[in-house]
Ligand binder design. Structure first.
Ligand SMILES: CC/C=C\C/C=C\C/C=C\C/C=C\C/C=C\C/C=C\CCCCC(=O)SCCNC(=O)CCNC(=O)[C@H](O)C(C)(C)COP(=O)(O)OP(=O)(O)OC[C@H]1O[C@@H](n2cnc3c(N)ncnc32)[C@H](O)[C@@H]1OP(=O)(O)O
Ligand SMILES: Cc1cc2nc3c(=O)[nH]c(=O)nc-3n(C[C@H](O)[C@H](O)[C@H](O)COP(=O)(O)OP(=O)(O)OC[C@H]3O[C@@H](n4cnc5c(N)ncnc54)[C@H](O)[C@@H]3O)c2cc1C
Length: 647
């Protein structure tokens, strides 16, 4: 590949961008100094020859991939320790390196230590007493032990009250006896459980004095700390009394049970991970849209006008309609994720002082935001793949693997439909409160105002769109509530009525979440615009408008059903969408440059900063061991005899 050449199209794109991409980078990182720190950190990891790929891991066997990942995870851990020793590794850095964008670039096929950091340690922090934290956290941070989070069983993942593993307290020995007596009670899915972890937080049904007290977390040793040989299986495994994490519910040594202030505090780690997922989903989407946008600026094909040269595919308005909403969705999820992270931290500190009032609202928001961000990011990444035509299908484009990682988010940490139904429970209660004139929590306040005014004359503004989306959400919530109650009035019991109404309940929950995202995004941009250059402010505003208009237009049916919008208003919205695509077009490459994603993290010949797409693609396929020899052995073994036998 010619050294230091920059694709001419990308050069032109960069010249026509109306703002300085660096300003966007600093904004997203939280300041120039933070950008510099991040870049240094990335360099520290990515320039390490032991961490850079010699050959793509696609060509390794399953076993080799695992061994490769463990080796790299250990190198990463040592390097994090070095940073810590220099006072350069805070919690956020840890998260970024061990998971997140940087981590997933280094450990492309998954991090064998991921669960240790994202669930094992947070569970001890959230569910352990001070003494238990003192005992386990430092061991875990220093990697003297490796943990995982073993909740899901072969038979149950969603319905955790149905878990079959039991932990029965024996006051005679002051021990818990753990049992997974059936095939369906086998712990199944926990990350790192197979070969990496030697400890786990095991979630089991607690029995004491003959009574079941529901699920609780226990620390269980899985493997010998020296030999790494597995401990005997889950049949009558005895663990000491203080291996039950007892910050919330506890068993006294005599076997009496002390209830937690809320049984749902046991579910705290799941809320934490759902919050993290919103941010992660956004970051994976921005990587995919960077790849597809740069590629679309470099790729020329077909004609807009027969007389003109083949255009950049980014000039096709349908291509813009595929990609620019993904750019905007990144920002929407980024700001919603940041908002949720703040709420999570505030509510967590309130919980520490015994205040539980805001837990239901946090749970309702974390559930729907996890569900919508995972689904929208997965769909957005797939759209980016399709937007890259055949080359997007190649595994070296990084788009298929990115989609694979994000589509898993739809299922883990609470399957999306199930989580949307959790939010719907909250919304049904909120609507009843609204009807009864009871106070509403901030995220559902809009139900009161929407109930008072159904209409609202179209004007070309995001606040009008927010009001319309709230109207749709309130309409769907009201419809689901009414339909469910009609069934109950007709004699259907409430559980069956819930199930029979669940399609509408899920739709209500999604609509509520989308309205929340648009409003949060808009409020964030409103706050930011006065502090940035006029050009960047304009670009950020256009993206926010695009997200709002596009989201509303995807719900035309609902808009017609729940508001007094006219067909003329819909035409205006469509025109506004097209204007926004045209306005964003000159800045598209500048925006993805502003994400400032290192080429090694992009890891795609289609999306590198220099835009040398074809040269990089060629170099990539040359790495395949299949292409090392001109004739593969299978020709002599199978094809040739077959060809001969036909002659
Ligand atoms: C310290 C470390 C710091 C930094 C980290 C450092 C490094 C990190 C390294 C890497 C990280 C990088 C990236 C990570 C990104 C992604 C994560 C990667 C991997 C994750 C792998 C996934 C792991 C898993 O999947 S673990 C298993 C998860 N399982 C689930 O989620 C199960 C889903 N099921 C449930 O949650 C529940 O069973 C249910 C909610 C569906 C139903 O429960 P239940 O039947 O008990 O409840 P209900 O009867 O329906 O409701 C009763 C009332 O309780 C309320 N409720 C329910 N849940 C909660 C909750 N969590 N909180 C509060 N309230 C809750 C419910 O609303 C009901 O209320 P009501 O008033 O009665 O209506
Ligand atoms: C990549 C990956 C990593 C994972 N890591 C871990 C881990 O580290 N630790 C761990 O403990 N677990 C882990 N899991 C398990 C994960 O949390 C569960 O798979 C997830 O919670 C979904 O549960 P399930 O598999 O039981 O799905 P199911 O509940 O069986 O879902 C199947 C279908 O049933 C529907 N359904 C189920 N219940 C309801 C309901 N009440 N109402 C309506 N529809 C319903 C769902 O919507 C879905 O369509 C992981 C899973 C994956 C895929």
């Amino acid at each position: 590949m010619p050294a230091n050449t920059m694709n001419e199209d990308l050069k032109r794109e960069r010249q026509r961008c109306s703002f300085d991409p660096k300003e966007l980078t600093y904004l997203l990182d939280g300041g120039e100094e933070k950008t510099e720190e991040r870049r240094q950190r990335e360099k520290f990891f990515l320039d390490d020859p032991e961490l850079s790929e010699t050959a793509p891991s696609d060509y390794l066997s399953h076993k080799e991939k695992y061994e490769h990942a463990v080796k790299k995870a250990c190198i990463v851990f040592k390097k994090v320790q070095q940073l810590q020793a220099q006072g350069k590794a805070g919690m956020q850095n840890f998260r970024e390196v061990l998971g997140g964008q940087l981590g997933s670039a280094i450990l492309r096929d998954g991090n064998p230590l991921g669960l240790h950091y994202v669930m094992f340690i947070p569970t001890i922090m959230g569910q352990g007493t001070i003494e238990q934290q003192a005992e386990w956290i430092s061991k875990a941070w220093n990697l003297e032990i490796i943990g995982t989070y073993a909740q899901t069983e072969l038979g149950h993942g969603t319905f955790i009250r149905g878990l079959e593993t039991t932990a029965t307290y024996d006051p005679a020995t002051e021990e818990f006896v753990l049992n997974s007596p059936t095939l369906t009670s086998y712990k199944w899915w926990p990350g790192g459980l197979g070969h990496t972890a030697n400890y786990a937080v095991v979630v089991a049904q607690l029995y004491s004095q003959g009574i079941c007290h529901g699920i609780h977390p226990f620390i269980v040793q899985l493997r010998d700390e020296e030999t790494h040989l597995p401990m005997p299986g889950f049949e009558n495994v005895r663990i000491p009394w203080n291996y039950m994490l007892m910050k919330n519910g506890k068993v006294l040594k005599d076997g009496s049970y002390v209830k937690s202030p809320s049984s749902k505090l046991t579910y705290g780690t799941m809320i934490f991970v759902r919050v993290v997922i919103v941010q992660d989903a956004a970051n994976y989407l921005r990587k995919a849209v960077t790849i597809a946008t740069r590629y679309s600026a470099v790729r020329h094909q077909s004609h807009i006008k027969e007389s003109a040269p083949e255009p950049q595919i980014l000039d096709f308005v349908t291509q813009q309609h595929k990609l620019f909403p993904q750019l905007a969705t990144y920002f929407a999820l980024h700001y919603s994720g940041a908002w949720l992270w703040d709420m999570y931290n505030n509510v967590t500190s309130e919980l520490e002082s015994g205040e539980l009032d805001r837990l239901p609202e946090l749970h309702a928001l974390a559930c729907c935001l996890k569900a919508v961000s995972a689904a929208d990011a997965a769909q957005g990444i797939e759209t980016c793949r399709l937007a890259c035509g055949g080359h997007g299908y190649m595994s070296c484009s990084s788009l298929p693997i990115t989609y694979g990682l994000v589509t898993a988010m739809v299922t883990y940490e609470g399957e999306n439909t199930v989580l949307l139904l959790q939010t719907a429970r909250y919304l049904m209660k909120a609507w009843q409160n609204c009807l009864d004139g009871q106070p509403l929590t901030p995220s559902v306040q809009y139900l009161n105002s929407v109930r008072r005014s159904f209409g609202g004359v179209y004007h070309k503004s995001v606040p009008w769109i927010i009001a319309s989306m709230q109207r749709i959400a309130a309409g769907k919530i009201e419809t689901a509530h009414r339909h469910m109650n009609d069934k109950i009035k007709r004699g259907v019991n409430s559980e069956d009525a819930w199930n029979e109404t669940s399609i509408e309940l899920v739709a209500a929950s999604e609509a509520h979440c989308k309205a929340f995202i648009v409003e949060t995004y808009y409020n964030s941009v409103q706050q930011i615009v006065p502090s940035v250059s006029q050009q960047l402010g304009k670009a950020l505003t256009e993206l926010c408008e695009l997200y709002a208009v596009n989201t509303l237009l995807k719900n035309i049916g609902d808009l017609l059903r729940y508001s007094n919008v006219t067909t003329g208003d819909l035409e205006n919205l469509q025109r506004w969408l097209e204007e926004l695509l045209a306005a964003i077009r000159p800045n598209a490459v500048g925006i993805v440059d502003g994400f400032d994603i290192n080429d090694a993290i992009i890891a795609s010949p289609l999306g590198a900063y220099d835009g040398n797409v074809y040269e990089r693609l060629f170099a990539e396929v040359s790495k395949s061991p299949l292409n090392a020899k001109p004739v593969n052995e299978s020709f002599h073994k199978y094809l040739k005899p077959l060809l001969k036998s036909k002659m």
